[in-house]
Design a protein around this ligand. Structure first.
Ligand code: ADP
Ligand code: TRP
Length: 348
Protein backbone atom coordinates (compact mmCIF):
# COMPACT_ATOMS: atom_id res chain seq x y z
CA UNK A 1 0.00 0.00 0.00
CA UNK A 2 1.28 3.43 -0.95
CA UNK A 3 1.46 6.06 1.81
CA UNK A 4 -1.52 8.39 1.98
CA UNK A 5 -1.11 12.07 1.23
CA UNK A 6 -3.70 14.74 1.95
CA UNK A 7 -4.02 18.49 1.60
CA UNK A 8 -6.70 21.15 1.41
CA UNK A 9 -7.19 24.68 0.16
CA UNK A 10 -9.69 27.14 1.57
CA UNK A 11 -12.28 28.63 -0.76
CA UNK A 12 -11.80 32.16 0.42
CA UNK A 13 -11.04 34.07 -2.73
CA UNK A 14 -9.03 33.82 -5.89
CA UNK A 15 -5.86 31.75 -5.77
CA UNK A 16 -2.55 33.51 -6.28
CA UNK A 17 0.83 32.26 -7.44
CA UNK A 18 1.88 31.75 -3.80
CA UNK A 19 -0.93 29.22 -3.43
CA UNK A 20 0.03 27.73 -6.78
CA UNK A 21 3.75 27.24 -6.18
CA UNK A 22 3.43 26.70 -2.44
CA UNK A 23 0.62 24.20 -2.78
CA UNK A 24 -1.29 23.42 -5.96
CA UNK A 25 1.57 22.73 -8.36
CA UNK A 26 3.22 20.58 -5.78
CA UNK A 27 -0.02 18.60 -5.36
CA UNK A 28 -0.05 17.85 -9.07
CA UNK A 29 3.62 16.81 -9.14
CA UNK A 30 3.10 14.57 -6.12
CA UNK A 31 0.02 13.00 -7.69
CA UNK A 32 1.94 12.36 -10.89
CA UNK A 33 4.91 10.87 -9.07
CA UNK A 34 2.73 7.82 -8.42
CA UNK A 35 4.27 7.44 -4.97
CA UNK A 36 1.19 8.29 -2.94
CA UNK A 37 -2.51 7.68 -2.61
CA UNK A 38 -3.67 11.28 -2.84
CA UNK A 39 -6.62 13.08 -1.26
CA UNK A 40 -7.25 16.75 -2.04
CA UNK A 41 -10.14 18.73 -0.70
CA UNK A 42 -11.78 22.12 -0.47
CA UNK A 43 -11.52 23.31 3.13
CA UNK A 44 -14.88 25.10 3.14
CA UNK A 45 -15.56 24.62 6.86
CA UNK A 46 -12.28 26.33 7.61
CA UNK A 47 -13.14 29.20 5.30
CA UNK A 48 -16.28 30.19 7.20
CA UNK A 49 -14.23 31.02 10.30
CA UNK A 50 -13.53 34.38 8.68
CA UNK A 51 -15.94 36.97 7.28
CA UNK A 52 -17.64 35.67 4.14
CA UNK A 53 -20.54 36.29 1.82
CA UNK A 54 -23.01 33.36 1.88
CA UNK A 55 -24.15 34.30 -1.62
CA UNK A 56 -20.66 33.77 -2.97
CA UNK A 57 -19.49 30.81 -0.91
CA UNK A 58 -20.67 27.95 -3.13
CA UNK A 59 -19.21 29.67 -6.17
CA UNK A 60 -15.87 29.94 -4.35
CA UNK A 61 -15.98 26.25 -3.49
CA UNK A 62 -16.50 25.36 -7.15
CA UNK A 63 -13.68 27.73 -8.08
CA UNK A 64 -11.24 25.75 -5.97
CA UNK A 65 -12.41 22.52 -7.60
CA UNK A 66 -11.87 24.11 -11.04
CA UNK A 67 -8.42 25.28 -9.95
CA UNK A 68 -7.50 21.78 -8.83
CA UNK A 69 -8.66 20.27 -12.10
CA UNK A 70 -7.17 22.97 -14.34
CA UNK A 71 -3.82 22.62 -12.58
CA UNK A 72 -3.82 18.89 -13.36
CA UNK A 73 -5.41 17.02 -10.46
CA UNK A 74 -7.03 13.97 -12.07
CA UNK A 75 -10.09 12.37 -10.49
CA UNK A 76 -8.89 8.98 -11.80
CA UNK A 77 -5.69 9.34 -9.80
CA UNK A 78 -6.68 11.40 -6.74
CA UNK A 79 -9.70 11.68 -4.48
CA UNK A 80 -11.06 15.21 -4.88
CA UNK A 81 -13.77 16.28 -2.46
CA UNK A 82 -15.44 19.01 -0.44
CA UNK A 83 -14.75 18.93 3.30
CA UNK A 84 -18.27 19.83 4.51
CA UNK A 85 -19.77 16.95 2.49
CA UNK A 86 -17.90 14.43 4.63
CA UNK A 87 -19.53 14.87 8.01
CA UNK A 88 -16.83 12.94 9.84
CA UNK A 89 -14.45 15.92 9.67
CA UNK A 90 -16.59 17.93 12.08
CA UNK A 91 -17.33 14.84 14.16
CA UNK A 92 -13.68 13.95 14.70
CA UNK A 93 -12.84 17.60 15.36
CA UNK A 94 -15.30 17.54 18.25
CA UNK A 95 -13.68 14.47 19.75
CA UNK A 96 -10.20 15.94 19.33
CA UNK A 97 -11.42 19.11 21.05
CA UNK A 98 -11.80 17.12 24.20
CA UNK A 99 -8.07 16.36 24.36
CA UNK A 100 -6.91 19.83 23.26
CA UNK A 101 -5.62 22.27 25.89
CA UNK A 102 -6.95 25.81 25.37
CA UNK A 103 -3.48 27.21 26.08
CA UNK A 104 -2.01 25.34 23.14
CA UNK A 105 -4.55 26.76 20.69
CA UNK A 106 -4.06 30.30 21.91
CA UNK A 107 -0.38 30.05 20.98
CA UNK A 108 -1.11 29.30 17.31
CA UNK A 109 0.40 31.97 15.07
CA UNK A 110 -2.43 31.93 12.53
CA UNK A 111 -5.04 32.50 15.22
CA UNK A 112 -3.04 35.34 16.69
CA UNK A 113 -2.61 36.92 13.27
CA UNK A 114 -6.19 36.52 12.19
CA UNK A 115 -7.92 37.96 15.18
CA UNK A 116 -6.72 36.73 18.50
CA UNK A 117 -3.64 38.91 18.93
CA UNK A 118 -5.25 41.82 20.67
CA UNK A 119 -7.73 39.68 22.46
CA UNK A 120 -5.89 37.07 24.41
CA UNK A 121 -3.45 37.80 27.19
CA UNK A 122 0.03 36.30 26.62
CA UNK A 123 -0.69 33.48 29.03
CA UNK A 124 -3.69 32.47 26.93
CA UNK A 125 -6.09 33.62 29.59
CA UNK A 126 -9.08 35.95 29.41
CA UNK A 127 -10.20 38.33 26.73
CA UNK A 128 -8.62 41.76 26.82
CA UNK A 129 -11.13 43.52 24.55
CA UNK A 130 -14.41 41.76 25.14
CA UNK A 131 -16.23 43.99 22.62
CA UNK A 132 -14.65 42.35 19.58
CA UNK A 133 -14.33 38.71 20.36
CA UNK A 134 -13.10 36.38 17.56
CA UNK A 135 -15.31 33.39 16.89
CA UNK A 136 -14.63 30.00 18.46
CA UNK A 137 -14.26 28.45 14.99
CA UNK A 138 -11.20 30.58 14.29
CA UNK A 139 -9.71 29.52 17.59
CA UNK A 140 -10.54 25.86 16.91
CA UNK A 141 -9.28 25.96 13.33
CA UNK A 142 -6.18 23.78 13.97
CA UNK A 143 -8.28 21.05 15.59
CA UNK A 144 -10.45 20.75 12.49
CA UNK A 145 -7.30 20.69 10.39
CA UNK A 146 -5.91 17.88 12.54
CA UNK A 147 -9.18 15.98 12.03
CA UNK A 148 -8.90 16.46 8.23
CA UNK A 149 -5.52 14.80 8.28
CA UNK A 150 -5.94 12.11 10.94
CA UNK A 151 -9.21 10.79 9.49
CA UNK A 152 -7.42 9.50 6.41
CA UNK A 153 -4.28 8.03 8.02
CA UNK A 154 -2.28 10.52 6.01
CA UNK A 155 1.48 10.25 6.40
CA UNK A 156 2.35 13.20 4.23
CA UNK A 157 0.82 16.69 4.00
CA UNK A 158 2.11 19.05 1.32
CA UNK A 159 1.73 22.65 2.53
CA UNK A 160 3.40 26.03 2.55
CA UNK A 161 5.73 27.08 5.34
CA UNK A 162 2.97 28.90 7.23
CA UNK A 163 1.26 25.59 8.00
CA UNK A 164 4.17 23.88 9.77
CA UNK A 165 2.84 24.83 13.19
CA UNK A 166 -0.52 23.24 12.40
CA UNK A 167 1.22 20.03 11.39
CA UNK A 168 3.22 19.98 14.61
CA UNK A 169 -0.02 20.45 16.49
CA UNK A 170 -1.62 17.58 14.53
CA UNK A 171 1.23 15.27 15.51
CA UNK A 172 0.87 16.29 19.14
CA UNK A 173 -2.84 15.48 19.10
CA UNK A 174 -2.29 12.15 17.35
CA UNK A 175 0.32 11.14 19.92
CA UNK A 176 -1.81 12.28 22.79
CA UNK A 177 -4.86 10.40 21.56
CA UNK A 178 -2.85 7.22 20.96
CA UNK A 179 -1.30 7.44 24.42
CA UNK A 180 -4.54 8.22 26.16
CA UNK A 181 -6.74 5.59 24.60
CA UNK A 182 -4.49 2.72 23.67
CA UNK A 183 -3.21 0.48 26.45
CA UNK A 184 0.59 0.40 26.68
CA UNK A 185 2.19 -2.53 24.94
CA UNK A 186 -0.22 -2.20 22.05
CA UNK A 187 1.60 0.66 20.39
CA UNK A 188 1.76 -1.28 17.13
CA UNK A 189 -1.99 -0.74 16.78
CA UNK A 190 -2.05 3.02 16.83
CA UNK A 191 -5.29 4.72 15.95
CA UNK A 192 -3.70 7.80 14.44
CA UNK A 193 -0.60 8.16 12.33
CA UNK A 194 1.65 11.17 12.98
CA UNK A 195 1.86 13.04 9.66
CA UNK A 196 4.81 14.94 8.23
CA UNK A 197 4.68 18.17 6.27
CA UNK A 198 6.17 18.26 2.80
CA UNK A 199 7.44 21.67 1.74
CA UNK A 200 7.94 22.79 -1.82
CA UNK A 201 10.93 24.50 -3.33
CA UNK A 202 8.92 27.70 -3.17
CA UNK A 203 7.42 27.53 0.29
CA UNK A 204 7.08 31.29 0.64
CA UNK A 205 6.41 33.80 -2.10
CA UNK A 206 6.31 37.32 -0.77
CA UNK A 207 3.92 40.12 -1.61
CA UNK A 208 4.74 42.20 -4.70
CA UNK A 209 4.34 45.44 -2.79
CA UNK A 210 5.95 44.37 0.45
CA UNK A 211 8.68 41.72 0.26
CA UNK A 212 8.61 41.30 4.02
CA UNK A 213 5.02 40.03 4.00
CA UNK A 214 3.88 36.79 2.42
CA UNK A 215 1.74 37.03 -0.70
CA UNK A 216 -1.73 36.58 0.68
CA UNK A 217 -5.34 37.01 -0.41
CA UNK A 218 -5.70 39.43 2.49
CA UNK A 219 -3.41 41.90 0.63
CA UNK A 220 -4.81 41.56 -2.93
CA UNK A 221 -2.71 44.44 -4.35
CA UNK A 222 0.42 42.40 -3.70
CA UNK A 223 -0.86 39.24 -5.40
CA UNK A 224 -0.51 37.82 -8.88
CA UNK A 225 -3.73 35.85 -9.25
CA UNK A 226 -3.94 32.75 -11.42
CA UNK A 227 -6.86 34.31 -13.30
CA UNK A 228 -5.25 37.71 -13.88
CA UNK A 229 -5.30 38.87 -17.50
CA UNK A 230 -2.05 39.41 -19.37
CA UNK A 231 -2.40 43.17 -19.02
CA UNK A 232 -3.04 43.01 -15.30
CA UNK A 233 0.01 40.79 -14.81
CA UNK A 234 2.18 43.23 -16.80
CA UNK A 235 0.83 46.18 -14.86
CA UNK A 236 1.27 44.54 -11.44
CA UNK A 237 4.83 43.46 -12.15
CA UNK A 238 5.71 46.87 -13.50
CA UNK A 239 4.56 48.34 -10.21
CA UNK A 240 6.16 45.65 -8.02
CA UNK A 241 8.57 47.17 -5.51
CA UNK A 242 12.31 46.69 -6.00
CA UNK A 243 15.30 47.43 -3.79
CA UNK A 244 17.95 50.11 -3.92
CA UNK A 245 20.83 49.45 -6.31
CA UNK A 246 20.49 48.15 -9.84
CA UNK A 247 21.81 44.59 -9.85
CA UNK A 248 19.59 41.53 -10.38
CA UNK A 249 21.14 39.51 -7.59
CA UNK A 250 19.73 36.93 -5.21
CA UNK A 251 20.38 38.32 -1.75
CA UNK A 252 17.29 37.84 0.44
CA UNK A 253 18.74 39.87 3.29
CA UNK A 254 19.80 43.01 1.46
CA UNK A 255 17.59 42.71 -1.61
CA UNK A 256 14.38 41.09 -0.43
CA UNK A 257 12.17 42.44 -3.22
CA UNK A 258 14.42 41.46 -6.12
CA UNK A 259 15.14 38.10 -4.49
CA UNK A 260 11.43 37.45 -4.31
CA UNK A 261 11.03 38.27 -7.99
CA UNK A 262 13.96 35.96 -8.79
CA UNK A 263 12.26 33.19 -6.84
CA UNK A 264 9.08 33.76 -8.82
CA UNK A 265 11.09 33.72 -12.04
CA UNK A 266 12.72 30.46 -11.01
CA UNK A 267 9.32 28.92 -10.29
CA UNK A 268 7.97 29.91 -13.72
CA UNK A 269 11.06 29.12 -15.76
CA UNK A 270 12.54 26.11 -14.01
CA UNK A 271 15.92 27.87 -14.28
CA UNK A 272 18.30 27.95 -11.32
CA UNK A 273 18.99 31.17 -9.44
CA UNK A 274 22.51 31.26 -10.84
CA UNK A 275 21.22 30.92 -14.39
CA UNK A 276 18.75 33.74 -13.81
CA UNK A 277 21.44 36.02 -12.39
CA UNK A 278 23.64 35.35 -15.41
CA UNK A 279 20.79 35.88 -17.88
CA UNK A 280 19.98 39.28 -16.36
CA UNK A 281 23.45 40.42 -15.34
CA UNK A 282 23.35 43.43 -17.61
CA UNK A 283 19.61 44.10 -17.42
CA UNK A 284 17.78 46.80 -15.52
CA UNK A 285 15.10 46.07 -12.96
CA UNK A 286 12.52 47.20 -15.46
CA UNK A 287 13.77 44.82 -18.20
CA UNK A 288 13.84 41.95 -15.72
CA UNK A 289 10.28 42.70 -14.60
CA UNK A 290 9.09 42.85 -18.22
CA UNK A 291 10.64 39.48 -18.97
CA UNK A 292 9.14 38.05 -15.78
CA UNK A 293 5.71 39.36 -16.80
CA UNK A 294 5.92 37.64 -20.19
CA UNK A 295 7.04 34.33 -18.60
CA UNK A 296 4.14 34.58 -16.17
CA UNK A 297 1.59 35.28 -18.91
CA UNK A 298 2.89 32.38 -20.99
CA UNK A 299 2.98 29.97 -18.06
CA UNK A 300 -0.54 30.75 -16.87
CA UNK A 301 -2.16 30.63 -20.30
CA UNK A 302 -2.80 26.85 -20.58
CA UNK A 303 -4.13 26.80 -17.01
CA UNK A 304 -6.52 29.66 -17.75
CA UNK A 305 -7.75 28.09 -21.01
CA UNK A 306 -8.36 24.73 -19.34
CA UNK A 307 -10.22 26.37 -16.47
CA UNK A 308 -12.56 28.22 -18.83
CA UNK A 309 -13.35 24.96 -20.65
CA UNK A 310 -14.04 23.14 -17.40
CA UNK A 311 -16.32 25.91 -16.19
CA UNK A 312 -18.59 25.11 -19.13
CA UNK A 313 -19.11 21.54 -17.93
CA UNK A 314 -20.98 21.87 -14.62
CA UNK A 315 -22.52 18.38 -14.84
CA UNK A 316 -19.14 16.75 -15.24
CA UNK A 317 -17.83 18.70 -12.27
CA UNK A 318 -20.79 17.61 -10.13
CA UNK A 319 -20.03 13.98 -11.00
CA UNK A 320 -16.40 14.37 -10.01
CA UNK A 321 -17.38 15.93 -6.68
CA UNK A 322 -19.87 13.16 -5.98
CA UNK A 323 -17.36 10.43 -6.78
CA UNK A 324 -14.81 12.06 -4.47
CA UNK A 325 -17.33 12.44 -1.68
CA UNK A 326 -18.21 8.74 -1.78
CA UNK A 327 -14.62 7.53 -1.67
CA UNK A 328 -13.57 9.97 1.05
CA UNK A 329 -16.65 9.29 3.10
CA UNK A 330 -16.06 5.55 3.15
CA UNK A 331 -12.51 5.94 4.41
CA UNK A 332 -13.55 8.58 6.98
CA UNK A 333 -16.47 6.48 8.25
CA UNK A 334 -14.20 3.46 8.84
CA UNK A 335 -11.85 5.61 10.85
CA UNK A 336 -14.64 7.12 12.93
CA UNK A 337 -15.90 3.66 13.80
CA UNK A 338 -12.44 2.73 15.05
CA UNK A 339 -12.19 5.99 17.02
CA UNK A 340 -15.62 5.60 18.60
CA UNK A 341 -14.85 2.04 19.61
CA UNK A 342 -11.59 2.91 21.25
CA UNK A 343 -13.11 5.72 23.31
CA UNK A 344 -16.16 3.70 24.20
CA UNK A 345 -18.85 5.53 22.25
CA UNK A 346 -19.54 2.34 20.30
CA UNK A 347 -19.56 -1.29 21.30
CA UNK A 348 -16.14 -2.96 20.79
P1 ADP B 1 -3.74 32.89 1.82
O1 ADP B 1 -2.67 33.21 2.85
O2 ADP B 1 -3.53 33.63 0.56
O3 ADP B 1 -5.13 33.06 2.38
P2 ADP B 1 -4.14 30.07 2.18
O4 ADP B 1 -3.92 30.23 3.64
O5 ADP B 1 -5.52 29.77 1.71
O6 ADP B 1 -3.58 31.37 1.46
O7 ADP B 1 -3.15 28.96 1.64
C1 ADP B 1 -3.39 27.87 0.78
C2 ADP B 1 -2.09 27.12 0.55
O8 ADP B 1 -1.15 27.93 -0.13
C3 ADP B 1 -1.37 26.66 1.84
O9 ADP B 1 -0.77 25.39 1.65
C4 ADP B 1 -0.34 27.71 2.05
O10 ADP B 1 0.76 27.25 2.80
C5 ADP B 1 0.06 28.05 0.63
N1 ADP B 1 0.49 29.44 0.52
C6 ADP B 1 -0.25 30.53 0.82
N2 ADP B 1 0.43 31.66 0.60
C7 ADP B 1 1.65 31.28 0.15
C8 ADP B 1 2.81 31.99 -0.26
N3 ADP B 1 2.84 33.31 -0.27
N4 ADP B 1 3.89 31.29 -0.67
C9 ADP B 1 3.85 29.94 -0.69
N5 ADP B 1 2.79 29.21 -0.31
C10 ADP B 1 1.69 29.85 0.10
N1 TRP C 1 -5.07 25.55 6.87
C1 TRP C 1 -4.76 25.29 5.51
C2 TRP C 1 -4.42 26.64 4.82
O1 TRP C 1 -4.80 27.68 5.27
C3 TRP C 1 -5.89 24.62 4.77
C4 TRP C 1 -6.16 23.27 5.32
C5 TRP C 1 -7.25 22.90 6.04
C6 TRP C 1 -5.33 22.11 5.21
N2 TRP C 1 -7.16 21.57 6.36
C7 TRP C 1 -6.02 21.06 5.90
C8 TRP C 1 -4.10 21.86 4.61
C9 TRP C 1 -5.47 19.79 6.00
C10 TRP C 1 -3.56 20.56 4.72
C11 TRP C 1 -4.26 19.53 5.40
O2 TRP C 1 -3.80 26.62 3.82
Amino acid sequence: MKPILISGIQPSGKLHIGNYFGALKNFVDLQNSGRYQCYFFVADLHSITEDFDPNKKYQQIREVILNYLAAGIKPEKSVLFIQSQVLEHAELAWILNTITPIGELSRMTQFKEKGGKALLSPSGGGLLSPGISPNVGLFDYPVLQAADILLYDAEVVPVGEDQIQHLEFTRTLARKFNQKFLPTGRQAKKIFIEPKELLTETPRIMSLNNPLKKMSKSIPEGCLFLDDTADTIREKLKRAVTDSGTEIKYDPENKPAVSNLIRIYRAFSGMTIKEIEIKFQSSTYSQFKKDLAESTVLYLKPFQVKKKLLAKKPKEIEKIIEKGRKTAQKKAADKMTAVKKVIGLEKK
